[in-house]
Design a protein around this ligand. Structure first.
Ligand code: SF4
Length: 82
């Protein structure tokens, strides 16, 4: 489960978040590009290639797309505390 105490500072406010790459619990983003390639409307990359949420999903279809990225993230760096 993504560490909600280590959210990336660029996440837009809302339930969904990506964790900071400096998360020392082993769940920090490793810039693998899965999420912002798979759902570029909602995930973006910072200057280091680390992901953050740029738009919160609203519809069920949008949320399902984000769930797919959450499940695909290799290091549990995507969370939803809504
Ligand atoms: S899928 Fe996970 S590790 Fe890969 S860029 Fe997205 S948040 Fe980072």
């Amino acid at each position: 489960m993504a560490n909600k105490e280590m959210k990336h500072s660029s996440n837009i406010a809302g339930a969904w978040f990506c964790t900071d790459p400096d998360d020392d619990n082993g769940e920090g983003c490793i810039a693998c590009n899965v999420c912002y390639t798979g759902a570029p409307e909602f995930f973006a990359e910072d200057d280091d290639g680390n992901a953050y949420i740029k738009k919160q999903p609203e519809t069920e279809e949008e949320k399902e797309l984000c769930v797919e990225q959450l499940e695909a993230c290799p290091v549990n760096s995507i969370g939803n505390d809504g």
